[in-house]
Design a protein around this ligand. Structure first.
Ligand SMILES: *Cc1c(COP(=O)(O)O)cnc(C)c1O
Length: 223
């Protein structure tokens, strides 16, 4: 088997205190997840509802599952009973649906707002302006069953390290703005989710509190 444990520790060894690892296990088998679990890893990220459901049902119940991909509103009801965090909320419509389904389950679901900063690589996420608009509009303040815990972004998939750094710094500055304008009295709003296998060293220099790393731990995905 691929040396999951060795690679996991290579990543964990360089994470500063206060930065958490979301081990991105999409397309990887349960035995890989269990190998990381045995080393104490508890937060895993998946991006497809059915795959997540199967893994949730067959793996230890103290795993915290993060949904990291684009989530369609009609899939929210399936993950609402157990998901620990929805990382990529990119519309008010999706936020409303998570709140509604969480209420039905008697839960409060943690979410991050996904920013679109990258010049390419994704069509999802809120522009900074759309994010401000969502927060200004204020409906989220009435939502009792979602907790907005911070911001998430994916940098452009490019070799240019300075571009990646610029995008992450934009996200960090925007986090500070949003924190002071809307969440100054809310300690739960504290997460900055950026950094993947190829760019997490830059993420650690630009204030990430949560890195989402798949390939560097589990090896290449077999689709
Ligand atoms: C797949 C994925 C990751 C992990 O990517 P790696 O390059 O394998 O580390 C992180 N974030 C999101 C949103 C993803 O879809």
């Amino acid at each position: 088997m691929y040396d999951v444990k060795g690679h996991l520790h290579e990543v964990l060894d360089v994470l500063p205190e206060g930065v958490r690892l979301v081990a991105i296990s999409k397309y990887h088998p349960n035995e890989y997840i269990l190998a990381a679990y045995e080393e104490g890893q508890r937060i895993f990220g998946e991006s497809h509802e059915q795959e997540l459901r199967q893994k949730h049902e067959s793996l230890p119940k103290d795993i915290e599952w993060h949904f990291i991909g684009h989530l369609q509103t009609n899939k929210v009801k399936y993950i609402a009973p157990y998901v620990s965090m929805v990382e990529a909320v990119d519309s008010l419509k999706l936020l409303r649906e998570i709140n509604k389904q969480a209420e039905k389950c008697g839960r409060v679901i943690n979410v991050l707002l996904e920013l679109h900063i990258a010049e390419e690589s994704t069509k999802y996420g809120l522009t900074l302006e759309a994010c401000r608009q969502l927060l200004d509009e204020g409906e989220w303040r009435q939502m009792q069953n979602v907790r907005i815990c911070g911001l998430m972004m994916m940098a452009s998939f490019v070799d240019d390290q300075e571009q990646i750094r610029r995008e992450m710094l934009t996200a960090r500055d925007f986090f500070d703005e949003v924190k002071s304008r809307y969440f100054a009295d809310d300690p739960a709003f504290c997460e900055r989710s950026w950094g993947m296998s190829d760019d997490y060293p830059i993420a650690l220099e630009t204030g990430s509190t949560m890195v989402r790393i798949g390939t560097a731990i589990f090896g290449p995905r077999v689709y």
